[in-house]
Write a protein that binds this ligand. Sequence first.
Ligand SMILES: Cc1ncc(C[n+]2csc(CCOP(=O)(O)OP(=O)(O)O)c2C)c(N)n1
Ligand SMILES: [Mg+2]
Length: 444
Amino acid sequence: MAAGEANIEYMFGIVGIPITEIAVAAQAVGIKYIGMRNEQAACYAASAIGYLTGRYVECCPPPPISMAEHSAVSKAVSIIAHAKQPLLIIGKGAAYSHAENNIRKLVDLCGLPFLPTPMAKGVVPDNHPNCVAAARSTALQHADVVILLGARLNWILHFGLPPRFRQDVKVIQIDICAEELGNNVRPAAVLLGDINAVTKQLLEEFSKRPLKYPSNTEWWKKLREKIKNNEERSKALALQKSLPMNYYTVFHHIRELIPKDSILVSEGANTMDIGRTMLPNYYPRQRLDAGTFGTMGVGLGFAIAAALVAKDRTPEKRVICIEGDSAFGFSGMEVETICRYNLPILIIVVNNNGIYTGLNADNWKEMLQYGDPATCVPPVSLLPNSHYEEIMSAFGGKGYFVKTPEELQKALKASVADKQTPSLINVMIDPQSERKKQVFVFLS
Ligand SMILES: Cc1ncc(C[n+]2csc(CCOP(=O)(O)OP(=O)(O)O)c2C)c(N)n1
Ligand SMILES: [Mg+2]
């Protein structure tokens, strides 16, 4: 009853015991009860609802909106004005705080280069001319002033430390959570407050002390060169005609054929990392991935939450869930949940027979000659050529097994056109396909 009175719309749990009574009671007061196949996936789905709808604010009495101390705002503006190589990092907090309009104004007004963290993609559209995501490592490594707008210096930002950042980088940290301030790096200025409100404060300060970072600096030249170089390398890989396909070719076709306003969900290692660079976001809160902690298994729960919200609020928007073959396995049985609630999610499994790299069928066979599989199967390998699409067809959705760009295009067109039926495209790629060479190795 209390949940009903609080206008809770969605409740996630599992199917059956021990939640039967509470689920029935919730349904009786008009709450949508979603029975998942595993508590973990239910929690992932529930956590995404607040992010997608902002309803964690609506359900409670409106919280006070906190603003930063004026002296801190003024200090931050001075530091930005003296920066030679500034970089704005937009974090998930900016998306949570619905700060997109003010941040867009700040970027346009001050001409600053910016980078989004994974789930901040789309707060300012990825095709904005100041977006330097394609030169991410260079931007992080050489920035002398970094403005963190609701982004945290956790592993996804390499803890803000060398060699990925300059030793003497000045960090301006803007965050709603006091405990986050000063984590890993001592900031030059701290602005404690709601991202949207603090961005407005910065805009007001910049209207008194105008700043336009010139677009012809050496810094911009360096960043633009790197962007061009990286984009050319990705494009060359994407246009390769050899079979089996590589990651870049797969993402190239996905980008060409899915609607621009799709809600993208993703997890995996290379699948997620390469997909993040190859698939643009144009709107805020439309990318959900395993970003913060890299936890595999979140994808299907996130996709289910996104599809429920889309069905109720923006039925024209598609949810596209791009999974590595290993990542898919963590919550794969939620495909049944998707079919049970008839959520027209398109799952794309990028299948390289394993984690990072796998074995092809011939090598697999050869390997088995060495003895008991438990003693010789590489711990990064999955069974080659697994037909994950049959998991979808088993429950009444549509499954596609594709090996060539033409088959991929055909399957994408068919599943995008069918707005009613869940589908899964299992895309076989070269098990040795790699991410293009990176300047830094993982976790450096
Ligand atoms: C819960 C959990 N267990 C294990 C890991 C370690 N891990 C990182 S990525 C990954 C799977 C990557 O393989 P896949 O999804 O097939 O993507 P690929 O790189 O092959 O494209 C795993 C198991 C993790 N991140 N989270
Ligand atoms: Mg894989």
